[in-house]
Ligand binder design. Structure first.
Ligand code: GLA
Length: 378
């Protein structure tokens, strides 16, 4: 978490006086990638890296936003249907408008925010921003009566309607519901979820940020989703969650090779998440790790959302006989998530960081993972 005094002082400098602080985290995902919008299971957890905002209603119809990390100091009117042009401000505008749709009388406010979630790392800094603002508006204008799942859906609708990414619910769900030391298994079809204590004795989760972002906003992500929906329609099910291997094979000759492979990945990933749940109950981290490698193969070969840099990091893990590794998040760059025995950790990370720099002429970033709490008023 960023230094709270820094945010508080920045608010006082810019707007004078007191403010209320809100915080919302980024997330990791152990397994279950691109399954959320297919009605499947995901296994995320909130992380200690987060966004903190100082907020105060200003009695007008204007939002005045200062994003410390981005050097943005700008305003928009909450009644202007078109909203601001700045992509960044559209995250705030979207949350405001979606909360208004719930019948809340939102008013203008001043907000200063910043955080320590690396941008473009696939750790959901945008979901953290949405969850932070949604939590603030719920507290300041709705007496806290909106439940967390609805606030998560506000963030998701912001992505859909104001940013153009047809994302699933995982990121906003995790940012809203996170609990220190616990991962969550969410059934994205029913919305039911359970907390799983994350105490991997002798192992750690580590992120290695490739520090590259090829492209994510917009089409490549939405194309994957369209493929899945196309296959589901052809099979006659609502989402691929309800599609069996037999049903997929039955329509194979009506599908492009690409759409077939996209669906094949999703069906495989459904099984991997459930295998991981069983393995976690047994404390069997070897199986957890094998499933992670399985996910990576699927994401690389069938879903085609990996990239050279991430493949390199996962290959390195494999060569070092590290327990598990895979691309995390939407793809096209960002982080690899690694499950590594503590006894190997130092040597593996040192060697990999060096090898990455030799190969790509740039540094990767090692990010330790601590599973933290979800969005809250501080
Ligand atoms: C992004 C989206 C999520 C999810 C992941 C892939 O993070 O926002 O909804 O689809 O990609 O698992």
């Amino acid at each position: 978490m960023i230094d709270l005094q820094l945010i508080r002082n920045a608010f006082a400098d810019r707007f004078d006086g007191e403010s209320t602080l809100f915080n919302a985290p980024g997330r990791i995902n152990l397994i279950g990638e691109h399954t959320d919008y297919n009605g499947g299971f995901v296994f995320p957890g909130a992380v200690s890296q987060s966004i903190t905002a100082a907020v105060r209603p200003n009695g007008s119809r204007t939002v005045h936003a200062v994003a410390l990390d981005l050097g943005i100091d700008d305003t928009f009117n909450i009644d202007d249907e078109r909203g601001p042009e700045s992509v960044h401000l559209r995250y705030l505008f979207g949350v405001v408008r979606e909360i208004m749709k719930l019948g809340v009388a939102v008013e203008g406010f001043d907000i200063v925010y910043g955080g320590d979630i690396p941008l473009g790392a696939g750790m959901s800094s945008s979901a953290a921003l949405e969850s932070c603002v949604a939590t603030a508006l719920n507290t300041l204008f709705a007496d806290g009566r909106i439940d967390k799942m609805t606030l998560a859906r506000v963030g998701q609708a912001t992505e859909h309607n104001y940013v153009g990414v047809k994302c699933g619910i995982m990121d906003q769900f995790a940012s809203m519901h996170g609990r220190a030391g616990q991962l969550m298994r969410l059934d994205c079809r029913s919305g039911e979820f359970a907390y799983y204590p994350w105490k991997p004795n002798g192992y750690s989760l580590v992120l290695i940020n490739s520090c590259v972002k090829h492209e994510l906003v917009g089409s490549p992500y939405n194309d994957r989703r369209n493929s899945c929906e196309h296959v589901a329609t052809l099979v006659g099910v609502e989402t691929l969650r309800d599609c069996s291997w037999q049903q997929l094979e039955a329509v194979r000759d009506q599908l492009s090779d690409e759409d077939y492979r996209r669906a094949r990945y999703v069906l495989g990933e459904k099984e991997r998440v459930l295998a991981v749940c069983d393995a976690l109950e047994q404390g069997d981290y070897t199986t957890v790790g094998q499933q992670m490698y399985g996910t990576h193969l699927g994401l690389r070969n069938d879903y085609e959302v990996s990239c050279e840099e991430i493949d390199f990091l996962v290959d390195k893990a494999h060569q070092h006989l590290v327990t598990g590794a895979r691309l995390m998040g939407g793809g096209f760059g960002g982080c690899a998530i690694i499950l590594v025995a503590d006894s190997q950790k130092e040597a593996f990370l040192t060697d990999t960081a060096k090898a990455y720099e030799n190969r790509f002429g740039r540094q990767c970033q090692i990010i330790p993972v601590t599973i933290g709490d979800g969005a809250k008023k501080l």
